[in-house]
Ligand binder design. Structure first.
Ligand code: PLP
Length: 462
């Protein structure tokens, strides 16, 4: 029996895991052949496995642990709230203090047109709420037929039925057995992969936004309720749109009176160097879906931030909105969120990303990685970055269509103490906002080792 941290038996846990735990987004047969790595502890930017292995966590868990691991303040606030009032619902004309106070705080932090909040427990749930809400809005406005939502190929909006349908992941669509109706998908603003030879990024951005206008005209503007997009496509590969894209999307949405739904489940709460990426990209949104970093992942909580246009119709004309979850406004989660936001503010993490670590990450990625034979492009916004793994830099060709080259780099990175993710042939990172320049240097040291090891194996395939 392997004993680790004198607390866990890896073998025993792996056996129980294989016998009973169906993991998300996992090939279970393959996982069971190898066994899970047990992550048992976190401290600051590091996580530790059951065998004592240390990993620098370049993914902040799953894009969420923005204030880093091991923060006693959040544990203390959760324990205090649980002792005082572990739960009460927000149905039937009741409220508890924490979600009320959190809503006021979120209204203060959000862009000026946003002053109302509807809670869920996950990004997926809040995207479901957003779909219901925008369709309900148009029905209240006397236009129930204005209910199509335009999204993008390769978008990720979650794993509920509405989340998958909004998302543009074809491998997820294949397992749906029927999509939520009246959602259409257009091209994504991924210049590195989709721009034509000789087309500038800005021209490409206008062309990608133009696909939305084409979809509006094809359906009829009186049928289109909203456009939904992640300001930066996260799970799809940290795809940062060209500067021309969002202003053109906004113009098109205004022209045809289409609501703008932003999915900031990844980008919310400081990731791009502003509280919301809406500010980074100058987007005025009618709804902003947030989750993850709202509590830095210490509790499951999502918040749909709702603009005045929708909220005033809902309040003035609405009657009952027949929607909500047992845990909408859970007091423990909301108390933890309030403390988390206080920490982000007190430690100046948003400003640090904007003025220091964000620009430093961009420079370090380009300066240290761009010349590597495997690297086709690096890009980042705030503390959110991507590295394209290619066979031929000039031609932008890949080794294999299955993304196995990036997985090879990822595996070497993990072996060398860096937890990073591969999606297709793109390595992606989204570290805790508490990273410093030194942490960025350490991450890139480890990534360079991984790139060199992978290059040695891949070079013969060129
Ligand atoms: N929207 C975006 C942009 C996401 O990245 C995610 C998850 O990664 C979701 C929605 C779904 O959030 P959750 O997994 O909390 O349901």
């Amino acid at each position: 029996m392997t004993l680790s941290n004198h607390k866990y038996s890896l073998q025993e846990l792996q056996a129980q895991d294989a016998a009973h735990f169906l993991h998300p987004f996992t090939d279970h047969k393959e996982l069971r052949a190898h066994g899970s790595r047990m992550i048992v502890r976190g401290e600051g930017p590091f996580i530790y496995d059951s065998e004592g292995g240390e990993l620098l966590d370049a993914m902040a868990g799953l894009w969420c642990v923005n204030i880093g691991y091991g923060r006693d303040e959040l544990a203390d606030v959760a324990a205090a709230q649980m002792r005082e009032l572990p739960y009460y619902n927000a149905f039937f004309k009741c409220a508890t203090p924490a979600p009320v106070q959190l809503s006021a705080k979120l209204a203060e932090l959000a862009p000026p047109n946003i002053n109302q909040v509807f809670y869920g427990s996950s990004g997926s749930e809040s995207n479901d709420t957003a779909v219901r809400l925008v369709r309900h809005y148009w029905a209240l406005e006397g236009k129930p037929e204005k209910n199509i939502i335009i999204s993008r190929h390769n978008a990720y909006h979650g794993s509920t039925l509405a989340g998958v349908s909004l998302g543009g992941m074809s491998h997820m669509h294949k397992q749906m057995g029927g999509m939520v109706p009246n959602i259409v998908h257009v091209m994504e603003p991924y210049a590195y992969g989709l721009a034509l030879p000789g087309e500038s990024d800005d021209d490409f951005g206008l062309r990608a936004a133009g696909a939305i206008e084409e979809a509006v005209l094809a359906a009829g503007a009186d049928k289109v309720a909203a456009f939904i997009g992640e300001p930066v496509m996260g799970a799809g590969g940290v795809r940062i749109p060209p500067a021309s894209y969002w202003p053109e999307v906004q113009r098109i949405c205004s022209k045809y009176d289409i609501l703008v739904m932003l999915d900031e489940v990844i980008t919310g709460y400081g990731r791009t160097g502003e509280w919301f990426a809406a500010t980074t990209f100058g987007i005025e949104a009618d709804t902003i879906t947030t989750a993850k970093a709202l509590t830095s992942g210490y509790q499951p909580l999502s918040a749909l931030l709702i603009g005045d246009r929708i909220a005033s119709t809902l309040v003035e004309k609405g009657g009952e909105f027949n929607h909500g979850y047992t845990y909408s406004g859970h007091p423990v989660c909301c108390a933890v969120a309030l403390k988390n936001l206080e920490i982000i503010e007190n430690e100046g993490l948003v400003e640090r990303v904007r003025n220091d670590t964000g620009p430093y990450l961009a420079e370090a990625l380009a300066g240290r990685l761009n010349d590597h034979p495997l690297v086709g492009q690096t890009r980042s916004v705030g503390l959110m970055g991507a590295v394209e793994i290619v066979r031929d830099k000039g031609e932008r060709t890949r080794f294999k269509p299955d993304g196995s080259a990036a997985i090879k780099v990822r595996d070497h990175a993990v072996q060398n103490g860096l937890m990073i993710r591969a999606t297709g042939d793109t390595l992606i990172m989204s570290p805790p906002l508490v990273w410093t320049r030194d942490t960025i240097d350490l991450a890139l040291d480890r990534l360079l080792v991984a790139l060199d090891l992978a290059e040695a194996e891949l070079a013969p395939l060129r």
